[in-house]
Design a protein around this ligand. Structure first.
Ligand SMILES: [Fe+2]
Length: 336
């Protein structure tokens, strides 16, 4: 410190006294006063000092009256120019219940950090409870490892040392997506099974899928042509009623019978109803071998014919038995 009696000392003393005097006579800003300055938005409290804000103030983290201190830093270095705010909730009489929040403004960017509650006093309804008031405490507190009862005798350090572990660990019931299943077969052969005939509702069986028709088994069979029926040599095809009746080798229709000529004239013989579609060929012969007669057939139609009997000498003789046969060889002609 300079000697007060030197010129520099006298000058410094004068400056000090003037400064002290100025402090006494110059009113301090409210933020530097004893009660601080009220702000309605804590974003506006940027200069060093003490502020306070009501609960309605903007950016008040307390949710009640807030007492705020502002600490600027680094104004000489704009790159590190920060302003820290520290807000407290001081209105409760117990110092144990004071809470504190802090945030920082990066002046260059104009961005505030969020308010962070940096301390919360322990609300201690019973600051120093008596040991006897503590409930549920154990009856004894082992102080050494050997005092701990019920501890296992060994403590396996590797999985292999763990005894009594199960050999398998069945998973609990769960499902897997189809896509997770690997090595799936590309086709799925059905297990052996059968179908009811009624399940087949469309399509036509190939001939190879049908069993052969034999004299002892029902199966598929081909229809014979008319030529095959007429040839009479095929033994694997079926004959239809139409082709049977139109075979060149058998009559289309036949009838036969015995009649007796009347006492005079011709005997009319009626064919079975519907038997012939064309007048058949009728052959009549003597039905009484002891007497030779000649039979004569006349008036053959599709429904009847007439027959008379004569002696060899040419005299009509009556009351003779006659055996007759009528044949229609094809559907359009009696002789065929
Ligand atoms: Fe099937």
């Amino acid at each position: 410190m300079a000697d007060r009696r030197s010129p520099a000392g006298v000058f410094a003393d004068i400056v000090s006294r003037i400064t002290a005097l100025e402090r006494r006579i110059s009113p301090l800003p409210t933020r530097l006063g004893a009660r601080g300055m009220e702000v309605t938005d804590l974003d506006e409290a940027l200069e060093y000092g003490t502020y306070w804000a009501r609960v309605s103030a903007a950016n008040n983290p307390v949710g009640n009256i807030a007492l705020v201190e502002v600490f600027p830093y680094g104004p000489e270095d704009p790159g590190y120019h920060r302003i820290m705010q520290e807000a407290r909730f001081p209105t409760i009489t117990s110092s144990n219940q004071i809470k504190t929040w802090r945030r920082v403004l990066d002046v260059a960017n104009g961005t505030w950090t969020p308010w962070v509650e940096v301390s919360q006093a322990i609300i201690d309804a019973v600051p120093n409870p008596a040991w006897g008031d503590v409930t549920g405490k154990p009856s004894s507190f082992p102080s050494t490892w050997s005092d701990v009862s019920g501890k296992p005798s060994t403590f396996p350090s590797t999985w292999g040392d763990v005894s009594g572990k199960p050999s398998t660990f069945p998973p609990s019931a769960h499902t897997q997506p189809w896509g997770d299943v690997t090595s799936k077969p590309s086709t799925f052969t059905p297990s052996a099974h059968t179908h009811a005939a009624s399940d087949i509702a469309s399509g036509t069986f190939a001939a190879a899928r049908l069993p052969a028709s034999t004299e002892s088994a029902i199966g598929g069979i081909e229809i014979a042509t008319q030529a095959e029926v007429n040839a009479g040599t095929d033994n694997t095809r079926a004959v239809t009623p139409s082709k049977l009746r139109n075979s060149a080798n058998i009559p289309w229709a036949m009838a036969a019978g015995i009649t007796t000529t009347p006492s005079s004239g011709y005997q009319t013989v009626t064919f079975p109803s519907g038997r012939f579609s064309q007048p058949p060929v009728v052959t009549a012969t003597n039905g009484a071998p002891s007497v030779v007669t000649i039979s004569r057939v006349v008036n053959v139609t599709t429904t009847s014919f007439q027959v008379g009997t004569w002696t060899v000498a040419g005299t009509q003789i009556n009351g003779r038995d006659v055996m007759w046969t009528a044949v229609q060889m094809s559907s359009g002609s009696g002789p065929g």
